[in-house]
Ligand binder design. Sequence first.
Ligand code: NAD
Length: 326
Amino acid sequence: MEAKEQQEIVTLRERLTKWSKEYYELDRPTVEDHVYDQAYRRLVELEAKYPESITADSPTRRVGGQVANGFEKVTHSIPMLSLGDVFSKAELAEFVKKLTESIGETVAFDCELKIDGLAISLVYEKGVLVKGSTRGNGLIGEDITANLKTIKAIPQRLSEPIDVEVRGECYMPKKAFVNLNQSREAEGRSVFANPRNAAAGSLRQLDTAETKKRQLSVFMYYLMEPEKFGITTQSQALAQLKTWGFPVNEEAKVTADLTEIERYLDEYQAKRADLPYEIDGIVLKADPFSVQAELGNTVKVPRWAIAYKFPPDEQETIVRQIEWTV
Ligand code: NAD
């Protein structure tokens, strides 16, 4: 490896580690997501070229950030992973093609919106909410049960007395975000960069009363151990979650047709600004759980799902370019 590339790897890892800390642990990002994504991609490219340079603590091998002080720790029974991502239709088509080839037959995909919030886990015993946590570093999260109990959209009791873990996204609706920043500004306090960071900051408050004021909401999208309930596909799981009383995003769609998938992507990219919550892309998930089980996961992401990330706003890009050139 050339010394120049070795230095680039070191610099990229340092930058990504710093940005991750600001984003996940301090809820105060200093760069836009696409800047992070670009640097991350470059590191993936260099690590693919020089696999001997990969270390276990590389940002490409880690999920999320460190667990904040002040909260009890929760060990996730099944790791909470991230998602692989693509940034073009060509890459998305490639993902679908490779997955289909490795399964050897047409696979139906559940297309979902990628909600820009933070992942949470909810554990119910006999239908009663007993534990809620953040993703944390994927293996260990923060116990935020008391804070989650203040969110009206989260059922405290399900329609059936079951033992179940569900996962999903906690987010701040756009309107609540504008209101929060306006009142913070009026009080002379710092404002949040975006609804995602506002949601993360609000959920990891040590003062539960403060979380309650923040008007957070959730969409749940993962049912853990679905076989316990005889459920065999992601789309069935979403329907079941709804029946138990969870808020489930209504925009999901199942299709095996790439043109349909691309149409879904175009449709929501166009509707994005009009939705009452922030999305940063779409997620494709192989619908049958049998396919998910066959493909499994890497240390960081499932092999049966992918996120297509929308391009950044032009305005945002211009601002960033100016900042980078000064
Ligand atoms: P991610 O946000 O790219 O994707 C994974 C997450 O998507 C899941 O954990 C889940 O929380 C969420 N999600 C939303 N809707 C979903 C759905 N329908 N189904 C499944 N999951 C859904 O990955 P990440 O690991 O959380 O974060 C990495 C990203 O965060 C980066 O690509 C970057 O955009 C951003 N980031 C930004 C900075 C910064 O400084 N600006 C720093 C670190 C990370």
